[in-house]
Design a protein around this ligand. Structure first.
Ligand code: NAG
Ligand code: NAG
Ligand code: NAG
Ligand code: ZN
Length: 298
């Protein structure tokens, strides 16, 4: 849920405030954690990883630079959903979309992956804006109406999540084959750079969710037990991180294994200001995931 301070910042009109009061609960406004809605059970992870191991198209297996330099850009289809025609109602300007794309590209710069805006659609639909979320008919309708491209196309949907407290959620590469129409990232419109979602308004929610879309799990997946997130150079951590603990002192170290918690990793739950890295291991995994399931070779 939005914090009441954020709510009053971006809702100038009392009329608007009154009309949204039923869906927001201002008392829960202090969002102290990222609340990603991307879901996969431990059981399904084991099955998915077995499939990945058996079918992996590895970096080692293919000649580099099969594509011309610069052609590895992923086409991005950005679907802006809004409740009305105002920024408060979900409209994102072209400048904001460009700023969000820059944050996304900066986040993945070390991986060699780049994202190019291929198209922007703008849809006025209060029901989708308010209610599209994991397992809802609204998200099904929205995606079936708007999704374009194949496995290698990234479809983004910015929405309001008025009835849930998600910042975003994504599908994994392994999900594409069964439900191509479902593939993509749905994220909170106010998480964009300069948006109203305090502490989560530098655009890194999208970086995190695209991290799932390229095949990464949370760094806290599996807690202190191997194989956690299936990446060897992200230290184990017992729980998602809240806030940015290193601002106040040393980074927490919640598991006995080597290394402090990866609180600066995009796949943790820290504040946007705290997040600035994917590891070498994550970059290697995402390239193999993309080559295996999305036919993208970097
Ligand atoms: C994606 O696939 C995994 C593994 O099969 C499954 O657990 C998960 O629910 C799927 N997610 C979606 C959005 O279909
Ligand atoms: C691009 O977006 C416009 C609306 O802005 C839409 O009419 C058109 O169908 C879109 N094209 C593709 C390929 O998605
Ligand atoms: C979506 O549905 C699956 C079962 O199909 C469930 O396990 C999962 O928790 C649901 N996700 C949310 C966010 O409700
Ligand atoms: Zn997540």
């Amino acid at each position: 849920m939005l914090a009441s301070s954020a709510l009053s910042v971006f809702l100038g009109a009392t009329v608007a405030l009154a009309s949204v009061a039923r869906v927001f609960e201002p008392s829960t406004l202090s969002v102290d954690s990222r609340r990603c809605g991307t879901f996969i059970s431990e059981e399904d992870i084991i099955a998915a990883e077995k499939h990945f191991e058996a079918n992996k198209v590895s970096l080692m297996d293919r000649p580099q630079a099969k594509r011309a330099p610069g052609s590895a850009a992923i086409d991005v289809y950005f679907h802006v959903i809004s409740a009305d025609s105002t920024p408060e109602g979900g409209v994102l300007s072209d400048d904001v979309i460009d700023a969000q794309m820059s944050v996304l590209n900066d986040g993945f710069a070390k991986s060699g992956l780049t994202f190019a805006l291929a198209n922007v659609t703008r849809t006025l639909n209060d029901d989708w804006f308010s209610n599209a979320g994991p397992n809802t008919t609204q998200q099904d309708d929205m995606k079936q109406a708007l999704r374009v491209g194949r496995a290698d196309a990234l479809n983004l949907y910015s929405v309001g999540f008025k009835n849930t407290d998600h910042l975003g959620y994504a599908t994994f590469p392994v999900n594409y084959t069964d439900n191509p129409w479902d593939d993509g990232v749905v994220f909170l419109y106010s998480s964009v750079p300069g948006g109203a979602m305090v502490n989560y308004n530098e655009g890194k929610t999208l970086t995190h969710e695209v991290g799932h879309w390229v095949g990464l799990y949370h760094t806290f997946q599996g807690g202190c037990s191997e194989p956690n997130d299936y990446v060897s150079d992200t230290p184990e951590e017992a729980n998602p991180t809240s806030g940015c603990p290193s601002d106040a002192g040393p980074s927490p170290d919640t598991c006995p294994s080597t290394g402090v918690d990866p609180i600066h990793n995009f796949m943790d739950y820290s504040y946007d200001s705290c997040l600035d890295e994917f590891t070498t291991g994550q970059n290697s995994r995402l390239k193999d995931q993309l080559a295996t399931y999305r036919h993208i070779q970097i």
